[in-house]
Ligand binder design. Structure first.
Ligand code: PEP
Length: 253
């Protein structure tokens, strides 16, 4: 049985004060007695320690939006897995389409980072998804399969069971355009079947696959009711406590 998992990707939003306000808002808005949904917040690096300390007595987990694959060294501007763990991170988003587009992340670099994250005790949220052009050319399956194969290369079945895969069609991110529940379910099933082929069906059934792309309180319930959609990676709608809390509520049984 997979736990519905809702993660909020704050992207490059929220300074120190705004972080305090949003986390305090979430603490008021969330029902911590409901253990059926796993909630993760992923603030920018500068807010991780503050968010981590404010969330200490809650079940909300902390995640980062990226990391480097070395433990330490002369890598100006980078952050190591150990640094993330030291401020309470349990998760790290890897290969978000904005990182692929603006910062030249590739399936290879995501794979290297995913292996390092797992070896360091962090759970990677590995993002995959096709562009509009690729969807229109009818090569969504090929693109997503290539990304999943590349990002999971040489990762053991035991580790894959801990990974979260986020299917985020690039054309739906921050655009207000959402994949229909049927479009999303189709790709989620494809991803699960591929994991089944690469590992085993038992492994595939354990992998949490989130949908991301303009998830809002209005469309969350229908998306999250699809059999292979195990949660959501939420961008814009996680920046307000009420809308994020409402999406989380939609995930409850
Ligand atoms: C994201 O950044 O991962 C995302 C899905 O953004 P949005 O919800 O704003 O489309």
């Amino acid at each position: 049985m997979r736990t519905k998992t809702i993660a909020g990707n704050w992207k490059m939003f929220k300074n120190f004060q705004q972080t305090e306000d949003l986390i305090n808002g979430l603490k008021k808005a969330l029902d911590f007695t409901d253990k059926s949904v796993k909630v993760i917040v992923c603030p920018p690096f500068t807010s991780l320690a503050l968010a981590g300390s404010l969330l200490k007595e809650t079940p909300v987990a902390l995640g980062a939006q990226n990391m480097y694959f070395e433990d330490e060294g002369a890598f100006t501007g980078e952050i190591s897995p150990g640094m993330l763990k030291s401020v309470g991170c349990e998760y790290v988003i890897l290969g978000h389409s904005e990182r692929r587009l603006y910062f030249h992340e590739t399936n290879e670099s995501v794979n290297t980072k995913a292996k390092k994250a797992l070896a360091s005790g962090l759970i990677p949220i590995v993002c995959v998804g096709e562009t509009l052009e690729e969807r229109e050319k009818n090569i969504t399956d090929l693109i997503v399969s290539t990304q999943v194969r590349g990002c999971l290369k040489e990762i053991s079945a035991a580790d894959v069971e801990r990974i979260i895969i986020a299917y985020e069609p690039v054309w739906a991110i921050g655009t207000g355009k959402t994949a229909t529940p049927q479009q999303a379910e189709e790709v989620h099933l494809l991803i699960r079947k591929l994991v089944g082929q690469l590992y085993s069906w038992a492994t595939a059934e354990k992998v949490v696959i989130q949908y991301g792309g303009s998830v809002k309180p209005e469309n969350a319930k229908e998306l999250l009711s699809q059999p292979n959609i195990d949660g959501a990676l939420v961008g814009g709608a996680c920046l307000k406590a009420d809308s994020f809390a409402s999406i989380i509520k939609s995930a409850t049984a």
